[in-house]
Ligand binder design. Structure first.
Ligand SMILES: Nc1nc2c(ncn2[C@@H]2O[C@H](COP(=O)(O)OP(=O)(O)OP(=O)(O)O)[C@@H](O)[C@H]2O)c(=O)[nH]1
Ligand SMILES: [Mg+2]
Length: 427
């Protein structure tokens, strides 16, 4: 099966906790603070591996949690940073945030990296909190939590050439005779439901990747049937081979077919009509084909060159493939996203971080504090030490939490909740 879109969970490693420790040396009565910092948690990094062609590997592994940083130790020893977790993706992988649907990165070149979930920084050990007034603090920070999120990886087929046309015109048959691909071929319409890829080599040693596509029908661009999805697969191709059936068995006029498909491409509006198009008249082995071709060419005019072939008897293929290879030599690339997004291949968007805090009430009347900043502060507090707790209280005050609670009507002794922590509001 061809997997081209997958949702995965990534989490950067948490930072290691800072340590509260003191020097214990003989003959040194009041050993100073000696708690080391925690190490940095590992980042989760996506990295392009050119050998990969699909997102197949992600079918079985969808959770990526990087290691946490080592905790700080006594004797001022810092915990070790954790090494980044590298997740390999094929070239052409577009990374989206599942929540915001924002495109985070468009990964195309071998070795290109994108940090998709940052590891947390290590918490500071008590050594770092020493001041002249408080030379032996019992304060240490826990590590910062690693960033976590769901992302969607999407792989556009990286074919150079895409075959389009009505159902059953012979697109898959053509792909099967010019490459080693083994697509399903049958008389009924919509035999192909996902694109197949094949590497084509011309007699003079040039090569390119060709994809057959599910048949297009009128209204495909409006999401009728599966058409819309299909068109997505040719957004990145540089040359389009438009296959027209000259067999006449289905009772349609080849020229009408040709016009209809071009309308579809135009309506879809991904600059598909700007690509070089090579028109192929297939099924030239059929009895009425010569006649149909003559009238097709007449309606088409002299400006459009037509390549008559028979995928079945394999005639006319050599000229066609040469023409495709020639075209590819100067066909421009068609990047997927609008100009501003492609200036930089990796788009680092500023994370919209929720600032500050919110106050709500629980049914029992308790005040509930929430918000990214305040919650982070909470998890980075080491509640085993009285002094750390006091520091936490000071930080809350600094953020304006006390004042905001007072404004909401909190009085001495009222219950305040923050994550799993409860405390009393003290005036
Ligand atoms: N006579 C003749 N039949 C052909 C030729 N090429 C394909 N066919 C037949 O046409 C039918 C459809 O071929 P496919 O290759 O499956 O067509 P397709 O365009 O991929 O069709 P969908 O995937 O359904 O859109 C099959 O029965 C093929 O054997 C040809 O050159 N000559
Ligand atoms: Mg097919």
């Amino acid at each position: 099966m061809f997997v081209d879109q997958v949702k995965i969970y990534v989490k950067g490693g948490d930072g290691g906790n800072g340590m509260v420790a003191f020097r214990r040396e003989k003959y040194v009565p009041d050993g100073g603070p000696a708690g080391g910092d925690g190490g940095k948690g590992a980042d989760v990094i996506l990295q392009v591996e050119e050998g990969l062609r699909t997102l197949m590997d992600f079918r079985y592994k969808r959770h990526f949690k990087a290691n946490r940083g080592e905790h700080g130790m006594s004797k001022n020893q810092h915990g070790r940073n954790s090494e980044s977790m590298i997740v390999k993706v094929p070239p052409g992988t577009v990374v989206m945030d599942d929540d915001t649907k924002e495109t985070l990165a468009d990964l195309t070149e071998h070795g290109q990296q994108y940090v998709v979930a940052k590891g947390g920084r290590g918490g500071r050990g008590n050594t770092r909190f020493a001041t002249p007034r408080n030379p032996a603090p019992e304060v240490a920070e826990n590590g910062e939590p690693g960033q976590e999120r769901y992302i969607v990886l999407e792989l556009k087929v990286l074919a150079d050439v895409g075959l389009v046309g009505f159902p059953s015109v012979g697109k898959s048959t053509l792909l099967s005779v010019v490459s080693a691909a083994k697509p399903k071929i049958a008389e009924y319409h919509f035999t192909t439901i996902v694109p197949n890829l094949g590497v084509v080599e011309t007699e003079d040693g040039r090569s390119f990747v060709m994809a057959d596509l599910p048949g297009l029908i009128e209204g495909a661009h409006q999401g009728v049937g599966l058409g819309h999805q299909f068109l997505r697969h040719i957004e990145r191709t540089r040359v389009i081979i438009h296959v027209v059936d000259m067999g006449g068995l289905e009772g349609r006029d080849p020229y009408d077919d040709y016009v209809t498909i071009n309308e579809e491409l135009k309506e879809y509006n991904m600059r598909l009509t700007e690509r070089a198009q090579i028109v192929v008249a297939n099924k030239m082995d059929m009895p009425d084909s010569e006649e149909n071709l003559a009238s097709f060419k007449e309606k088409l005019g002299d400006d459009v060159k037509v390549f008559p072939i028979s995928a079945l008897t394999r005639s006319g293929l050599r000229d066609l493939l040469y023409a495709v290879a020639d075209e590819l030599e100067h066909a421009p690339e068609f990047p997927l996203y609008e100009e501003e997004a492609i200036e930089q291949r990796v788009v680092y968007k500023h994370e919209k971080e929720e600032k500050g805090f919110r106050i709500t009430r629980d049914p029992d009347g308790a005040f509930v504090l929430s918000g990214a900043d305040i919650e982070k502060l909470f998890v980075m507090t080491n509640f085993n030490h009285e002094e750390s707790i006091k520091r936490f209280a000071r930080q809350l005050r600094g953020m304006g939490v006390d004042e905001a609670l007072r404004e909401r009507g909190a009085q001495d002794g009222d219950l305040v909740r923050l994550l799993e922590y409860e405390f009393e509001f003290v005036e």
